[in-house]
Every structure is written in C-alpha cells, then in structure tokens.
Ligand binder design. Structure first.
Ligand SMILES: Nc1ncnc2c1ncn2[C@@H]1O[C@H](COP(=O)(O)OP(=O)(O)OP(=O)(O)O)[C@@H](O)[C@H]1O
Ligand SMILES: [Mg+2]
Length: 288
C-alpha cells in the first residue's frame, strides 16, 4: 500500500532557487510571471527571475529555449505576452519610448551579431551612443572614446579603421567599448565569446572580470561556453521546461538533478571547465 503510494507520486525533478551569496545589493532586473507566446508556440511559461546589483548572472539553456528573447525583453525590444519585466524598478514593457530611451542610457548591450556598424569607423561606432543621446561637444566625445578604447585594450591606432579591417577579437572589444560608452550600470552580453579562439576568449573573460571589478557593473550574460560561464558567473540561471528550473551559484546548480543540467555541464567539456572553476576558487582563497 505504502509502496503503491510512493509509486503514484509524480516524479519530482529537483529545482533550485538560491539568492546570491554575501552582501546582496538591490534587485536590478525583476521578471515576474512572464509568458511568451509566438502563435501557438509557448516559449516562456510563468518565468520568474531576479538579478541583483553587482552580480554576473549567466543564463543557460538549450537552443531555442528563449534566452535571446528574454534578453530582448529586458532591453524593451520585445514585449512579453504576459507578466512584467522591471529594470531598475521600471516596467520595461509598458514604458513610453522616451522613457525607455532614458533607461537605456544606464545599460549597455553587446550582441553576437551585427556588433558594429560596418559603414562607420571604430571611433564613430563607439561615439554613436554619445552622439545619439547627449548633446556633447566633440572634444568631450573624443576623450570619452579614447578612454573606452583604452579600457577595453584596443590600441588607439585602430580608431580610424573600418570594422571589416579588424580581427574578430578586436570587433568584440570595439563593440564592448561602444556598450560601455555611456558608462552603464548594467551590461547585457549575448554569447560574448562565441567565434573567438580560446586565447582571445580567455582575454575577453579577463577583460569582463576587470571591468566588473572596477566599474561594479551588473552583468547579464547568455553563453554556451562553459569556460566563460565558470570563470565569470556569480550565479547561473538554467532555462528549461519554459522557465527557470534552477538558479544559484555554479556549484549548487551543478548538483541539481535534471537531464538538461547533466547533459550540459557534465561530460568531458564540463570536466575541463570545472578545473577552471577550481583554479578560480583557489586563486580567490589566496587573495583573501
Ligand atoms: N519574432 C519571433 N516570431 C516567432 N518565433 C520567434 C520569434 N523570436 C523568437 N522566436 C522563437 O522563440 C524561440 C526562442 O528563441 P531564442 O532566439 O530566444 O532562443 P535561444 O534560447 O536564444 O536559442 P540559441 O541558443 O539557439 O540562441 C525559438 O523557437 C524561436 O524560433
Ligand atoms: Mg540566442
């Protein structure tokens, strides 16, 4: 009888919802009861996600689980079918165009594709947000662009080059410099290291780490790259079954018993990346 009951219980997969460790800042991005439908296809179903100030939050999930759509909803580029997305306390989906533009002054975005305008030089690409959003004198813009190029380690001699004349790594740096042009408090990265070879990818990770430390940015990142994920994330949110099934520090997420998590993190690639995580923890221990 008891055993029958046991058998009839629906099989429960483990889920996880852990806030960040240590001193927690304000909630910067708050997603509540979010649904996204395209025709009959349900992409997100009652999805909830809180991202706190100063975190590097990584979002992972299988292809087509709606990670990019979710980022676009946080940026106010798309509206959810139902539910709310608040950024710095403001409801992004109901904001007026002008208000949204104001809000965008406080965040930067780096997209995998179309990262730079091909018809504009590196300088003009980075200057664009400054020119668009603030009536600044050219010499102020010049100084700001140079500062950002320096910050991302892009030699000033590249300022007048066209995007087509840059290597992949330099394009990413220039796009990051543009994302940082308005000194955002919040930075969105969609697959920042995709298409970079491992050395460049490591350099990019170091760069994000330094910027995060120095500018105290909140970072929201989507990535398939485990090395990047383990090296940078304060927490990881796992998107599966149309919502966030697990959110927490990397090691806690790895312990969640869910087929996607097993498949994504464990395996050879995962083992190698875990060593990176161990190294990082060891480094942090010696710093303390
Ligand atoms: N404008 C749209 N109209 C119809 N369907 C869409 C639209 N935008 C996205 N979708 C669908 O929503 C789903 C989620 O897309 P999304 O690009 O967010 O996935 P993703 O998690 O970023 O995937 P990947 O890891 O491959 O980048 C996909 O099935 C996609 O086809
Ligand atoms: Mg995507």
């Amino acid at each position: 009888m008891e055993r029958d009951k046991e058998r009839l219980k629906p099989k429960r997969r483990q889920s996880l919802n852990r806030p960040p460790e240590g001193d927690v800042g304000d909630v910067v991005v708050q997603i509540e009861g979010l649904w996204t439908k395209f025709g009959r296809t349900v992409v997100h179903q009652d999805l909830n996600l809180d991202i706190y100030a100063g975190e590097i939050m990584s979002i992972v999930g299988g292809s087509g689980t709606g990670k990019t759509v979710l980022l676009r909803q946080m940026l106010g580029l798309e509206s959810p079918t139902k539910g709310t997305v608040r950024v710095f306390g403001e409801d992004v989906s109901s904001a007026q165009a002008e208000q949204l533009q104001q809000m965008r002054n406080h965040w930067g975005m780096l997209f995998q594709e179309g990262a730079l305008y091909s018809a504009l030089s590196v300088f003009d690409n980075i200057a664009l947000p400054l020119r668009e959003l603030r009536a600044l004198p050219e010499d102020v813009i010049y100084d700001a662009v140079m500062l950002k190029m320096d910050m991302v380690g892009l030699g000033l001699e590249h300022a007048n080059k066209m995007p087509a004349d840059l290597s992949g790594g330099m394009v990413k740096r220039a796009a990051l410099a543009r994302a940082l042009a308005l000194e955002p408090q919040l930075l969105f990265l969609d697959e920042p290291t995709a298409g970079l070879d491992p050395d460049l990818s490591d350099a990019f990770v170091d760069l994000i780490q330094t910027l995060h430390r120095e500018l105290k940015l909140t970072v929201v990142m989507v990535t398939h790259d485990l090395d990047t994920l383990f090296a940078l994330s304060s927490r990881i949110a796992v998107l599966a079954e149309k919502h966030v099934i697990a959110i927490g520090p990397t090691r806690d997420v790895l312990e969640v018993d869910h087929p996607f998590i097993k498949q994504f993190f464990l395996g050879e690639r995962g083992q190698r990346a875990l060593e990176v995580l161990d190294d990082r923890d060891a480094e942090m221990d010696t710093e303390e």
